[in-house]
Each structure stands twice: as C-alpha cells, then as structure tokens.
Design a protein around this ligand. Structure first.
Ligand code: ZN
Length: 849
C-alpha cells in the first residue's frame, strides 16, 4: 500500500506524553510466523503534561485482546496505533498481540536472522512489537519473559531466573522503548569478566553462532578496553551485572546500543587475522566502544525526541574518536576522521540532502541517521571542547551526568551545562546545530613592521530551506613558522565570530608561514591563495601533523586539478616532497601511508564542481591514474623497501603499529604494481597469511586489469564465509573498468551468493557500484538504471537499506546535462513506483528538490 500522504513531523510541535509509566511487563511466546506478545503497562497521569487522548503506537500486528484494570476493552485501531477511553487516574493496560517475525524483511522490529530471533527498535521498531507510546521521552522499567525452545534467551538488564524453555530478565534502569532488545537463538558465548572501579563484577558475553567462537576475542578485548577508558576519561562506570553483545548477520546498520544487550552487525564483531583486515579490526574496536559509551550518553541520558538525535550520536561519536586517539595514534585518527567528514559530510552539505545537525522536520526519522548528525555532530562537540578547554569540558560533562541522569533531554539542556559550568555564552555557537552547510573560510594575510595579520571571511552557501546564513563561531587553531621551519608562534586558538575578522600577531622578525586550522579545529573549508612552494614548505616542516598531511593533500589536489583542467604535468616539486616524507623513518608509517593517498575521484568531482566546472568522471579517473603512475615512477627507489618493511614476521597483530606498517607497505605495493606487471602482488597473494595482505594484493592486481585467477582462488577458498565474500563481491565492482561496472554488477546479482535480503551483501554490491565513480557515471547510464531497478526491488523488502543506498544519486546536479537527465529520469522512475516506502519516497523527493 502506498502510505496515504506521508506526514511531516516538526520539532516545534513537540508535546510531552500525557502519562508516565510505572512499569512494563512483557511476555514473548516466540514462534516463527505467529509470535504472541502480552504486555502489562502501568500508566499514571503525567502531572507536568497537559492531558490528551490516549494513543499507543502500533503497526503491522494483530490485536487479540485488550484490558484496562482487568476489564476487557475494544480499542479503536488505525494503521498507526490504538486509541481507547481510559480512567482519569492511574490504570493498568494489558494487551495480547500476534506478530509474524518470519515475514519481517525490514529488519526493524522483531525479525529472524539465520534461524535466530532478534529485535531492532531504534528509532521506531518497538511499535511493530506491541502497542506502546513509542517515543524516547517515555522511560520505563521493563521486566521481560521469553518463552521459546531456542537454547539462549536474552533481553535487557539482569537475568532474573530461567528454566526449560523460558527466561526472565529485569532492567532496573528506566529506558525508552527504542532501547528494548530480545534475542533467542542457538548461540554460544565467548565469556569475559570486568570489575568496575567501584568493585562491581560484570559478566561479559560475546554471543555468536557455533563455529564463530574463534573470531570473537578481539571484540571482547575491545569491550574491556572501552569499559576501562570510560572510567578513566569520563568517570563513568557500568551499571548492570551483565553486558551481552550478540552478532547477527542481517542488520541494517552497524550496531545498536540496547541497554545491557548490544546487537551488532556480525561484520563489526567477528574478526580473525585470516578473515578480517587491519581496518576491520580498528573499526570493530571503535564500534564496540561506541555502543558501550552509549550506556551513559544515550541510555542513562537519552533524547527528548528524535530531532535531538545528535545529542547522543554526536557526543558518542566524539567519545569513540577520543578513545581511538588514545589507544592508537591521535594524529592518524584525526586525519582519518577529516577524510571521512570531507568525503561524505561535505558532500551531503553540497547537495539536496543537506540538513542541520539538528533538523527541524522530517518525514521518516530513519533518513536522518546521517554523516551530518553523526560526524558533524561530533565535530561540534570537539569545537566546544576546544573553546572551553579540557577542564571546562570535564566540568561541563560532570554537570551533564549529574543534572540529567535518568532524563530525556535536548540540545538546549546540553549547551546549558556548558554555559553553567564555564560561564560562556553559547547563543551564537548554537547556530552550529541549526544552520546547515559547510562554512567556507577565505583567508588573506599581511605583514608590516613585525606585525602579521590574518584576515578571515566566512560564508556558507544556501542549503534547502535555508537561504540566509548568519556568522558562526569558528575556532581556528593557528601556528606560525619561521623561514627555517622553527615555530615562532605556537598553536593559538583564534575565535572567529564575525562574518569578517582579523587577528594580529606582534613582534615578529620576518614574515611567517601560517599553519591554519591545525588539527582540523573546525569542520570548515578553507581557501587561501598561497604558493605551491609554501605548501611544500609546510609538508616538509609543519610541526602540526594534521597540517603537514593537509599540505600534501592540498598539493595533490592542486596538481590533479591542473592535470584535469589544463593538461598539466604532475607537479615535480610535490613528488619530491612526497619522497622526502616517505623516506623519513622518524614518521609513523600509518601517517606516511595517509600522505601517499590521493583525494578520491568523487572528492575531485566535488572540488571541480565547487570551482564552477562540470566534472567528467572519466577524465578524472584517467588523470588520477596518470598521477599514480607518475608517483610510481618518481618514488620507484623508495617503494620496495617500504613494502618489504611491512612483511612482519611472527604472529599477526592488529595493533596500530604493525597495522600502520602494513598500510604503508600495501600503499607501496599498489604503486609498484602499476609498473611491475603484477609480479610482486601475485607473490604477496600467494604467501599472505592474513586478510590485510591478501586483499591488498588482490586489489592491486584488479586495479591493473589482472587478478582474475586470484579472484577465482579467493572465491574458492572463502565461498562458505559471508563476511569475506562481501569483500569479494565489493572489491571487483569497486575496481571494475568504467564500462564493465554495470554488466559485472548485474552478473554478480545472478551469483548464487547474492542475497537481496542481506544488507551487507546488498551494500557490498551496490555500495561498491556507486563508489566506483567512473563506473557509476559511465556513459550510457547503465549503472544508474541498474541501481534504480534494485532500489525499487529492495524497497519492497527493506525500505531503510534501499533509502540509504539511494543517496548515490545525491550529487546528480554536479554533472553534465546528459548525465543529469539520466539520473533525474531514474529518480523520477523510482518516485513514480507504486507502493514506495515513506523512507525511499522522502529521499527521492528531496533529491529531486
Ligand atoms: Zn551511536
């Protein structure tokens, strides 16, 4: 059915729920096609809310019976929920409903995955489980009984009791329904223990399918590391007797922070050296930490409504980023985060899907789990910390936990703790939450009589629904270098508040070289007319590692731009600087690997579009390739040694140091392979004893149009393993020649391993197609049509995943008329499909603008 005129929800319409809940008891009688859920909910009028009608959300379920205070009632049922006359005072509402987990392919609510039962309730999945006020500001204590013949029965909180075919759980901490979880399956646990700082003994379990036990150790270690870190860095302890993590194969997102029972996409739990790359290990560590940190930032203190999503996500991402900085390398982490933010969040800001970190309206909340809410949300927390300092930040966070524990709060509450703890007025700063778009800084400088002046102008381009932008508070970290590379002014934080503003440094003996926006101190773009020589100087001398990397990146982008637009030759000065950095063994190999990476083809397209050009994806690809060949030649003497240094004897370790060496070695291998016909990569593929080395060698070969035998060998070895096969599907599509991308993708959808119901597989295939810029935009538009076909097909099964993948089209206005026409036609075809979900229809409408 087509949703009758999907409704827009507005932040300004927020009203509290007229009742409070004193307790919830749920009983699940699990059965694949007919699960019975009985609920017993004790309501009482909310003294702080105006009265209103009694409405409970509820969708896709059958109400079997309902009672109020024990007497049968006949509620009125709509597609969205239930209304009923209720007593004036406190009352108990009971209901029995039937649901069909087997038929639930949306993976939202209660569903089946590989024979087990599991739930996903954020944001609004609980309303597919039973009738309930499914909104985050209604918090309640849950007691849950699960009945099933499955051997392992889990829910939130602490175990109460269990017997043959049943188990009972009680969660003493009041929580919103989106944090509810239940799992029942044939699972085994990899157990662990943690003793909190104040002496609470906590049982830890990573639950996996039998056979996967050997791949859960890293997740368990990461969990312990996170628990300790949160005690040390934030003074936050765990608050239950058990902490369970379950790996499931079919999951729309990365993972979910359900209270005491985190549910994870198996790709973010399972790892062994043979099956997971260094990047996978790092990502698992970070996501385990992220979900664990939600226990305080999200669960103990939650969001008043879904417009406040960044309250928990921005802060929790910031916390997981800080954790990774502490347990790995801070500069490398900062660079990785900046790369991601620019590639994805700046892209979002540039297109029709741009929205504020705190949106003011939505049709489908699932469409707002975006890089803007998450990653830009985290940047805002980072800026706050920079502005108030470490001590101010700690004081503000202490106050936040103190004042709001057990509450569902807003961004205003969050900013108020910073104001109260530090005395700072954050009225203007709050614009970071309400204004969409990436601020653009233009910088000029002047030097006279020992005074050096930096002048900044800020400007933010219009975004959908926001034409006028007011100036924002921008913390700009600046250092000044002297001609010999000495730092003459150490990192200083400038606070820009005006549209245009100058800052002066006195008492200098000569004109310095400025290092601006050190550590990427604000999520902005910068334009400054400066010479290549100055950038080369910074690449060689900047004491701030971020800006050192940034200088190299700027030069790479500049030389690529000149190649694309002016047919220029690769910049010899930059190649030389690059060589010097690569040979500097005092520098972290992971850092050097990052210096070696070029901006992606999609980023180049975005960059050209910003300069007012129409990007040609094939031309960008050709120049990208030519520049890599030039690198391969210019760095020829350094590369083999870097590659050899990455062949680390002994047992594989995913820690930062060896992983960094492998990253550099494999970057070198990629370049060597452009000139040696693939000999070295073939040898590495043959001998690799870990996935990092194996997949890097395969990628290097595929990138030069070889590697078909290795691809077949890889498949033969790993066809039984879903997670590894995701890599197999994804890699070949990502690296396909432009005109091959669509036909190959189509062929792979016929492969017996392709499963449209498994989001990981669908993402591996179609995410890689749209990630192959030249392949996605190949002449003729075959990739556009193929993606649209599958989005339509997928939408009928799984709207959330279809909707996310549709963002591949969000840059359509960047391109030439032919491509624009082809993409628009596909978007219109999707929009015109009967029965489209609210998720996908909102996205295509916004993209069509
Ligand atoms: Zn999160």
């Amino acid at each position: 059915m087509r949703d009758a005129a999907p409704q827009t929800i507005y932040l300004k319409d927020y009203a509290p729920f007229p009742w409070l809940i004193d307790g919830v008891e749920l009983t699940f009688r699990l059965s694949p096609k007919a699960t019975r859920v009985t609920s017993r909910i004790r309501f009482r009028p909310n003294p702080d809310a105006p009265s209103g009608p009694f409405f409970l959300n509820g969708e896709t379920m059958t109400l079997l019976s309902a009672r109020i205070d024990g007497a049968e009632v006949q509620p009125e049922i709509t597609p969205e929920g239930l209304t009923c006359a209720v007593p004036d005072g406190p009352f108990t509402f009971e209901a029995e409903v039937e649901i069909d987990p087997e038929a639930n392919t949306s993976l939202d609510g209660l569903y089946r995955s590989g024979g087990m039962y599991c739930t996903q309730c954020e944001a609004q999945g609980f309303r597919k489980i039973t009738f309930y006020p499914d909104r985050p500001d209604v918090m309640a204590v849950f007691t849950v009984r699960v009945e099933s013949e499955m051997p392992v029965l889990l829910s939130n909180g602490n175990p109460v009791d269990q017997g043959d075919g049943w188990a009972e759980w009680h969660d003493p901490w009041p929580k919103p329904a989106y944090l509810f979880a239940l799992v029942a399956g044939d699972l085994v646990s990899v157990p662990g223990h943690f003793t909190t700082r104040s002496g609470r003994a906590v049982d830890l379990n990573i639950w996996v399918r039998p056979g996967d036990e050997g791949r859960a150790g890293w997740a368990l270690e990461s969990l312990k590391l996170s628990m300790r870190w949160d005690e040390e860095a934030y003074g936050r302890e765990y608050d239950l007797d058990v902490f369970n993590i379950v790996a499931v194969d079919d999951f729309n997102m990365g993972a979910m922070e359900n209270k005491g029972l985190n549910i994870f996409n198996s790709r973010l739990v399972l790892a062994s050296p043979e099956t997971a790359t260094d990047t996978d290990f790092e990502r698992i560590e970070a996501v385990i930490a992220h979900e664990y940190f939600h226990n305080w930032t999200g669960n103990r203190i939650t969001c008043r409504d879904w417009f406040q999503l960044c309250l928990k996500e921005g802060l929790t991402v910031f916390r997981d980023q800080s954790f990774t900085s502490d347990v790995r390398s801070a500069p490398v982490k900062r660079i990785e985060d900046a790369i991601l933010l620019r590639a994805r969040q700046f892209r979002e800001d540039q297109g029709p899907l741009a929205h504020p970190v705190r949106p003011e309206s939505f049709v489908e909340i699932n469409n707002f789990y975006t890089v803007t809410v998450y990653e830009k949300g985290a940047e805002i927390v980072g800026m706050l910390k920079r502005l108030v300092g470490d001590e101010g930040y700690r004081a503000a966070l202490d106050l936040y936990f103190d004042r709001h524990d057990g509450q569902a709060v807003t961004i205003e509450d969050w900013l108020k703790v910073f104001e109260d703890a530090t005395g700072r007025d954050l009225t203007q700063f709050a614009r970071w939450y309400s204004q969409a778009g990436t601020p653009h800084l233009t910088v000029t400088d002047a030097f006279e009589d020992g005074r050096y002046t930096l002048t900044f102008r800020q400007e933010t381009a219009p975004t959908p629904g926001q034409t006028e932008k007011a100036p924002q508070v921008i913390p700009i970290a600046v250092g000044l270098l002297g001609a010999n590379g000495d730092e003459v002014v150490p990192t200083t934080l400038l606070e820009m508040t005006e549209a245009e503003q100058s800052f002066t440094f006195e008492g200098l003996t000569g004109k310095p070289v400025p290092s601006i926006l050190r550590g990427f101190s604000a999520p902005v773009e910068i334009t400054r007319e400066s010479s290549g020589a100055e950038k080369a100087f910074l690449l060689a001398h900047d004491t701030d590692p971020f800006n050192r990397w940034e200088a190299g990146r700027d030069l790479a982008r500049a030389t690529l731009t000149a190649m694309i637009l002016e047919d220029a030759a690769p910049d010899a000065g930059w190649l030389q600087g690059l060589g010097a950095v690569l040979r500097d063994t005092a520098l972290d190999p992971a850092f050097r690997a990052l210096v070696l990476a070029l901006p992606t083809q999609d980023e180049m397209a975005a960059h050209l579009a910003r300069l007012g050009h129409v990007p040609d994806p094939l031309r960008i690809r050709a120049c990208h390739r030519a520049l890599r060949e030039a690198m391969s030649e210019a760095l020829e003497d350094s590369l083999p040694a870097l590659h050899e240094d990455a062949q680390i004897p002994g047992e594989y370790s995913p820690q930062a140091e060896p992983a960094g060496r492998r990253a550099l070695g494999n970057a070198a291998l990629g370049l060597i392979t452009l000139r040696d016909g693939g000999a070295r990569a073939r040898a590495q593929f043959e001998t690799a004893d870990n996935m990092t080395q194996s997949i890097a060698a395969l990628g290097a070969l595929l990138a030069i149009g070889k590697g078909q035998d290795q691809l077949a060998a890889f498949e033969a070895r790993w066809s039984h393993d879903r997670l590894v096969m995701d890599k197999w599907f994804g890699l070949q599509i990502a690296l396909a020649e432009p005109e091959e991308a669509a036909p190959l993708t189509e062929r792979l959808t016929q492969h017996p391993g392709f499963d449209v119901k498994n989001p990981n597989r669908v993402r591996a295939v179609f995410g890689s197609l749209s990630g192959n810029a030249a392949g996605f935009h190949a002449p003729g538009g075959a990739s556009y049509a193929l993606l649209a076909d599958w989005l339509i097909r997928l939408d009928a099964l799984n709207p959330q995943t279809a909707s996310r993948l549709s963002t591949a089209f969000d840059s359509w206005r960047r391109y030439d008329e032919t491509r624009q026409g082809q993409m628009r036609a596909q978007l219109e075809r999707i929009a015109g499909t009967d029965g489209l979900s609210r998720d996908l229809s909102e996205m295509v409408q916004r993209m069509l603008g």
